[in-house]
Design a protein around this ligand. Structure first.
Ligand SMILES: [Zn+2]
Ligand SMILES: [Zn+2]
Length: 372
């Protein structure tokens, strides 16, 4: 194993006069960010090993003194070899160095937290626009009422695990030049619970858990998008033998709307007008998320005209304002004409000229004519 030639104080980012507590604190902080479990940096493992080595040397008075006086060479001369270890989980490593749980969450070998539940709810686009409430049913494991979650037959108790003496962890000791290096693992006999059930509860077969159909009232916020999830903490599956319950993730599906296509916070729709209505001008009824409105189309409305209703789109999720509604005008051309209609259109065509179809001056044309 490559050993570091870098200055140990520098590696930990502490001064040469740093006390024991300061060194420990610096190491904990660095190990949390550099451990390959959490860091994606390509050199994380190498840097992590360097930091561990620095901590090993500086956390013990004998080796620290050797290092202070004679540097790296002094340590080699003094027979120091850094601990060779495989990179276990971060929680195991902290257990080994500090004899504690990493994030105070029980870590490995604690009472297992319950699993998360994923449920689904389907709503209409109009409901997504206003926000809605839904009762969401889902099966969930709960603590067994018969045994109170202990898994033991009523009148009996789980007994401490003989393998780990009730601690839930077993320790593996490695001897090094620096003394014993202890790593802890979840006890294989009890799975980390620290106790075993000898006389299992008949209702839950010793698991301490049962399945129940539960219904939650879920508030779906206005503006939610298809596929987004709402997390309800602590309502998921019960943990093993009294462990914390998991969470519920409610996935929201927004049904496709027959008239609207959603694009972000905007909604898009089309409206049909006949060729003659488009030519003569008309009023059309247009659906919006808040009900129908009348939209005026001026004479000479062209196919593909896009009208925008500001603020008629979807509300911004957990924000302010709304998107827009965009309306595409589709002009319908007759497909089947009777004799009379054909004659009328032929008459119309004879009376029409290029001017009949000429576009109004656009903005640029108006600008040019202003300078003429
Ligand atoms: Zn039970
Ligand atoms: Zn055990």
């Amino acid at each position: 194993m490559a050993t570091s030639r870098r200055d140990y104080y520098e590696l930990l980012g502490v001064s040469r006069t740093a006390g024991e507590a300061e060194i420990k604190k610096a190491f904990r902080g660095l190990a949390r960010t550099l451990h390959p479990d959490v860091s994606n940096e390509p050199d994380a493992e190498e840097r992590f090993r360097e930091v561990v080595e620095a901590y090993e040397v500086l956390s013990k008075p004998e080796t620290r003194e050797l290092y202070d006086r004679y540097g790296h060479d002094g340590l080699r001369g003094g027979g120091f070899t850094p601990t060779s270890f495989d990179l276990g989980s971060l929680a195991d490593l902290f257990g080994a160095f500090f004899g504690d749980d990493l994030f105070g969450m029980g870590g490995r070998g604690g009472r297992a937290r319950g699993a998360d539940v994923v449920a689904q709810v389907e709503i209409e686009l109009a409901e997504a626009a206003t926000g809605t409430a839904r009762e969401v049913p889902f099966p969930v494991t709960i603590e067994c009422a018969t045994c109170g979650g202990s898994g033991a037959k009523p009148g009996t108790q789980p007994v401490p695990c003989a393998t780990c003496g009730g601690r839930g962890r077993v320790q593996q000791v490695t001897r090094t030049a620096l003394g014993e290096f202890v790593r802890a693992h979840a006890c294989p006999a009890c799975g980390g619970a620290g106790q075993v059930v000898e006389d299992p509860c008949l209702d839950c077969e010793g698991s301490g858990r049962m399945v129940e159909e539960r219904t939650l009232d879920v508030e779906v916020p206005a503006g939610i998008h298809d596929g987004q999830q709402i997390r309800i903490s602590g309502e998921g599956h019960a943990g093993a033998l009294g462990g914390r319950a998991g969470d519920v993730y409610v996935q929201v599906r927004v049904k496709p709307h027959p008239r609207f296509v959603r694009e972000g916070n905007d909604v898009f729709c089309t409206v049909d007008v006949t060729m003659t209505d488009a030519a003569l001008g008309t009023t059309v009824t247009v659906p919006t998320l808040q009900g129908e409105i009348e939209l005026e189309l001026e004479p000479g409305t062209q196919p593909g005209t896009l009208r925008v209703l500001r603020g008629r789109g979807m509300p911004v999720l957990q924000g302010f304002g709304r998107g827009d509604q965009r309306i595409l005008v589709n002009v319908q051309v007759p497909r089947r004409l009777n004799e009379e209609q054909r004659r009328l259109l032929e008459d119309f065509e004879r009376s029409a000229s290029a001017e009949t179809y000429e576009a109004d001056e656009g903005f640029f044309q108006k600008l040019k004519s202003a300078f003429r």
